[in-house]
Design a protein around this ligand. Structure first.
Ligand code: HEM
Length: 469
């Protein structure tokens, strides 16, 4: 960790004794009390603390849930119901864990977009960013495995869909998939190993978070200006300033969290997961949890299975290399007039991709059609054939409508349609273009706004900053 002198003074015999043998209190004091932190951090910088809070909540509630959960195909669903009905405070613990997963992803996505906007991935913070990408990958794997444990219809079929993706790997795909399943389909052995790994991964995340914060404390926090602290006047000590700010933000976040837990615990879930897993009946629409929807939309946008999987993986893995894709010397998008609109378009793209992920692939966002009414089916069919004889690609559909007196047949001739798949494909294209074209090119051609001389100047104004120095 960074080598700055600590003001730590052991206060009694025991802490003096400990300090001479294991200076852990000195280390903590240096990192979380004295630590010099830019004086201009806004509330977006509280999400690191909020994420730590979420991780702790997931660990505590998860360990208690595991005491009552039975990882067996015949009992898993019932054991979850047992937790909800019979275990003391079981419903609260389970809902906190379930809602907690959503809150964790919400905070992680805000934290990531913050990093993107303010260029926190740039030198010298590349390792912090890369560790962050590893954390989000582990979070995705953990959340997916946790969702499967409920062994409801959506759990079971989500596991089936996702594990089936491995079959797309040429030659060995089939064998790998069966190895993961522990059989010829998703079943008991699969559930057992998902449970075991779901318990393991959060501890890997804890280790990665420790490295993440270590790396952060070597180089120090970025800040909204992207200008590094130059004098002591640019920083304040972590305690009390940011301890108070982080605690306040965490409490406000906890209020939103509690609102969902107490008033709408199932709002973010899917009703099909209240039905026990049935390998013989596929649900009409298999949709993942909201936090996976943009990736799901990318997967489905590509008509080829293997290419879809590769594109979806690439959508996450591209994040590893953005410190080297962004060619600009300026960190904060605040001073980058050309990048700014592209950045916000990127945010909208991710949100709309999420929306696309929730709709069926053939859903039509925009449709323009001529409709002719016919009173007999034969007339509608012959009109359809006539149009088809002139244009064999025409998109025609006969819709039968019954009102109180008569049956009518509408011949719908669709002239233009924007389907979910086409829109998802366009958005996927922009997603990658942002990283591979916009980031490198804009960085080279843009004329940035003038940066403030120092952090102190940006918050106190030039003359006050000079006086304070
Ligand atoms: C369990 C999940 C995570 C935890 C507990 C966590 C924790 C933290 C903490 C405490 C900080 C310092 C405070 C702050 O800047 O907000 C931080 C900074 C940072 N995190 Fe994370 N983080 C997590 C996930 C991620 C992810 C997924 C990414 C990106 C892919 C990421 C990228 C960063 C970056 C770049 C910084 C430096 C920000 C700056 O100095 O401006 N983190 N993280």
């Amino acid at each position: 960790m960074s080598d700055h002198s600590s003001t730590y003074e052991p206060t009694n015999g025991f802490t003096r004794w400990l300090d001479e043998r294991l200076p852990i209190m000195r280390l903590m004091h240096g990192q979380f009390i004295d630590f010099p932190t830019p004086r201009n951090l806004n509330y977006l910088w509280t999400f690191g603390a909020i994420l730590t809070f979420c991780l702790a909540i997931q660990l505590i509630t998860g360990i208690v849930l595991a005491m009552h959960f039975i990882p067996h195909g015949d009992f898993a669903f019932a054991s979850v119901e047992h937790i909800m009905r019979d275990v003391n405070w079981g419903d609260l613990i389970r809902y906190t864990h379930f809602v907690g997963a959503s809150m964790f992803f919400l905070a992680a996505y805000i934290h990531m977009f913050r990093g993107l906007y303010f260029g926190s991935y740039k030198s010298p913070r590349e390792i912090i960013w890369i560790l962050g990408v590893l954390i989000i990958l582990c979070m995705i794997i953990t959340a997916f495995m946790g969702y499967s444990l409920v062994w409801g219809q959506m759990s079971f079929w989500a596991v089936t869909v996702i594990t089936n993706l491995f079959t797309a790997i040429p030659i060995v795909g089939e064998s790998i998939t069966q190895w993961i399943w522990g059989g010829y389909s998703v079943g008991d052995p699969t559930l057992n190993r998902l449970f075991s790994l779901h318990y393991l991964f959060p501890f890997i995340i804890v280790a990665l978070v420790a490295l993440h914060i270590w790396a952060l404390h070597v180089v120090g926090s970025n800040n909204p200006t992207g200008v590094e602290p130059k004098t002591e006047n640019d920083s304040v000590s972590f305690y009390p300033y940011y301890v108070i700010k982080d605690s306040f933000a965490t409490m406000v976040f906890a209020l939103l969290f509690a609102w969902f837990v107490f008033y709408a615990p199932n709002y973010l879930g899917h009703s099909d997961n209240f039905i026990e897993a049935n390998p013989l009946q596929t649900p009409p629409h298999i949709v993942p949890e909201w936090y996976f929807l943009p990736f799901y939309a990318i997967l489905r946008a590509i008509p080829d299975k293997l290419l879809g999987v590769v594109t979806m993986m690439a959508a996450i893995c591209v994040l590893f290399i953005i410190p080297w894709l962004d060619t600009s010397k300026i960190r904060s998008t605040r001073y980058r007039p050309l990048l700014k609109p592209f950045f916000w378009l990127f945010v909208i793209t991710c949100l709309v991709l999420g929306y696309c992920g929730a709709k069926s692939p053939d859903y039509r966002f925009v449709e323009m059609a001529d409709t002719q009414k016919y009173t007999s089916k034969a007339a509608a069919v012959s009109a359809k054939e006539e149009i088809l004889s002139k244009n064999k690609h025409a998109d025609l559909e006969i819709i039968e409508s019954i009102n109180s007196k008569e049956i009518t047949y509408d011949l719908k001739n669709t002239k233009f349609k924007l389907t979910n798949q086409v829109l998802s494909l366009l958005l996927t294209f922009y997603y990658f273009a942002f990283f591979f074209a916009i980031m490198p090119i804009v960085g080279l051609i843009e004329t940035p706004h003038k940066l403030p001389g120092s952090i102190a100047e940006s918050v106190l104004g030039k003359s006050s900053a000079d006086k304070a120095q």
